[in-house]
Ligand binder design. Structure first.
Ligand code: PGA
Length: 256
């Protein structure tokens, strides 16, 4: 089964409107010839509209880093899926470990958001992954399975067509420690097996599973060469145009 690589930049709380536009302009110029890889940029909410405008006419896509599951109403400080659609957003990162640990998001809450995204034509990038302590206690597979099952509860095969998963071991995020390609592949293949159980084989084989956690140009080739690694969710390295574009080019070369 052919799965097109997706390289996504998670900018987190970095870059306002002006800096976002400048960085995207550089990325856009260098990515002009890229065809075999999907490239996604996820700036902060306030820069989404400008990001969409500066990417229009290119193959770059714009994603959000979070959303709320209601379409509108008295939810101070929140942004809904309809607002994201309105500014040209195609993807949304959900359940990132920083949302889970710093802002207390539960699997049940994330499940509501994943359902709302899928029902409203946004591709969710559902993040799952174990903490350092959980890995040390050999709980990785248990944690990943529980997160996957709870966050995907009630979703049908048809709805799941636009689903994307990101395996992000918490101990590798922003720490410079990367999972070895073998460790990452082992978990990715486990995630795919679980997707077969939750949905079916055909769907499980079409879902892209991204790796996230200190991915950079220097380790991208080894990670992206693994059979079940279908792209990357890149934090720190996505803020540096040359690093990010190099990762995309590595993915492009592996696809040809
Ligand atoms: P990192 O972040 O690449 O800086 O480790 C990845 C992420 O949090 O999505």
């Amino acid at each position: 089964m052919y799965r097109k690589f997706l390289i996504a930049g998670n900018w987190k709380m970095n870059n306002g409107v002006t800096d976002s536009v400048s960085l995207i302009e550089v990325i856009r110029r260098r990515m002009e010839k890229v065809r075999a890889v999907d490239v996604l940029i996820c700036p902060p909410f306030i820069a989404l509209d400008a990001a969409y405008k500066v990417t229009s006419g290119s193959l770059l896509r714009v994603g959000a880093q979070n959303m709320y599951h209601e379409s509108k109403g008295a939810f101070t400080g929140e942004i809904s899926f309809s607002m994201l659609r309105d500014c040209g957003v195609s993807h949304v990162i959900l359940g990132h470990s920083e949302r889970r640990t710093i802002f207390g998001e539960s699997d049940e809450f994330i499940n509501k958001k994943v359902c709302a995204a899928l029902e409203n034509n946004l591709s969710p990038i559902l993040c799952i992954g174990e903490s350092e302590g959980e890995r040390e206690q050999n709980k990785t597979f248990h944690v990943v399975e529980a997160q996957l099952k709870q966050c995907l509860d009630g979703i049908s095969n048809e709805q799941a067509e636009n689903l994307i998963i990101a395996y992000e071991p918490v101990w590798a995020i922003g720490t410079g420690k990367t999972a070895t390609p073998e460790i990452a592949q082992e978990v990715h293949s486990f995630i795919r097996e679980k997707l077969v159980e939750i949905f079916d084989k055909k769907l499980a084989n079409s879902v892209r599973i991204l790796y996230g956690g200190s991915m950079k140009a220097a380790n991208a080739k080894a990670l992206l060469s693994q059979v079940d690694i279908d792209g990357g969710l890149i934090g720190g390295a996505s803020l540096i145009a040359d690093e990010f574009c190099s990762i995309v080019e590595i993915a492009e070369n592996l696809s040809l």
